[in-house]
Design a protein around this ligand. Structure first.
Ligand code: AG3
Length: 309
């Protein structure tokens, strides 16, 4: 008997696939299509996949899923907040699903969390189909939800935040402004002296050019920039990058005992003091090209692949 390794495992239904660069795609079998709509900014889809559960897709790119949202949101929020002795004010830009906001509010010293999301439809869609991600965060009295342009908000605010967290889509379309030097300057200005800025910065394998550019621009503004990684199954390439930036503090060097203390009473499924340390360890190639401020692709794939996006 001939065994075909290409036998369809799921003969019925259809597949959703993301193809961020030529020659690569990552797909999920769709069990159910739940919602499809369009806001003034983007197409919005909610599907149920076998692997990821309920999954939010904006402009064809997976944003979050009920199964692995905790990884991304914990890793966007806790490294920054656990680097601070007592974070009081936090600004979240983007993140309409509320998963980052929820993790911010888990830190008992936080008195005020401002969330600026461009697209009200993302908040509404997530509240309807993925309420377990925000888990009531938007109802917390410490929260101010602003529907508007995050870059503009940051440029105009007179407030100083202990942490500024950018939970954006990819650096194309509406989110492009959130990856510019002007935006990073505004973030620097609005950040407390010992504050922490963190932005998601895409796949180091598949979006190396964008990651390299963001890191370079951030370094022009902030004296200390420390990239870190997490494994997020729902994002293309799985390995995902974040860029942290401060006015002096080294996020990679926060003592595990301090993190342990700051995490007291906070339940995590991915982030731990050891994971904090491990996340800042980069493959040699990536560390080198990021440190060198290379202005083309810095990814783990050759430049030719990464630029054909
Ligand atoms: N923020 C990061 C999404 C980037 C995904 N990119 C992609 N799939 N190509 C998502 C919002 C989660 N709160």
């Amino acid at each position: 008997m001939e065994l075909s390794t290409h036998e369809p495992v799921f003969p019925l239904g259809r597949w959703f696939a993301e193809a961020p660069i030529q020659g690569f795609r990552q797909g999920y079998h769709v069990r159910r299509e739940i919602y499809q709509g369009r806001s003034p900014y983007q197409s919005i889809q909610v599907i149920e996949t076998d692997l990821l559960g309920t999954t939010l897709i904006l402009e064809g790119a997976v944003q979050t899923s009920s199964v692995d949202e905790h990884i991304y949101h914990e890793m966007l929020v806790h490294p920054a907040l656990c680097a601070l002795a007592a974070p009081r004010t936090v600004l979240v830009i983007g993140g309409g699903d509320g998963g980052a906001l929820r993790r911010v509010l888990e830190h008992p010293t936080v008195e005020r969390a401002v969330q600026v999301e461009l697209d009200r439809a993302v908040v509404d869609t997530c509240l309807k189909y993925l309420p377990e991600i925000s888990a009531g965060a938007f109802d917390d009295p410490r929260v101010e939800l602003v529907i508007g342009d995050g870059a503009r908000y940051l440029a105009e605010t007179n407030e100083r935040f202990d942490a500024i967290l950018v939970d954006s889509t990819d650096p194309v379309g509406p989110a492009e402004a959130l990856f510019s030097e002007a935006f990073y300057r505004a973030a620097f200005r609005a950040l407390a002296e010992d504050g922490v800025f963190v932005t998601q910065s895409g796949s180091p394998l598949l979006m190396g050019a964008e990651l390299g550019k963001a890191a370079r621009q951030l370094r022009r503004v902030f004296p200390v920039v420390a990239p870190y990684l997490a494994s997020i199954p729902s994002y293309p390439g799985v390995i995902w990058s974040f860029l942290s930036a401060t006015k002096g503090k080294d996020l990679a060097a926060v003592p595990p005992a301090e993190i342990e203390r700051r995490l007291e009473g906070i339940v995590t499924r991915y982030y731990t003091p050891a994971m904090h340390q491990a996340a800042f360890v980069l493959p040699a190639d990536l560390a080198r090209s990021l440190a060198a401020g290379q202005d083309d692709a810095v990814g783990l794939l050759p430049v030719s692949a990464a630029v054909s996006r």
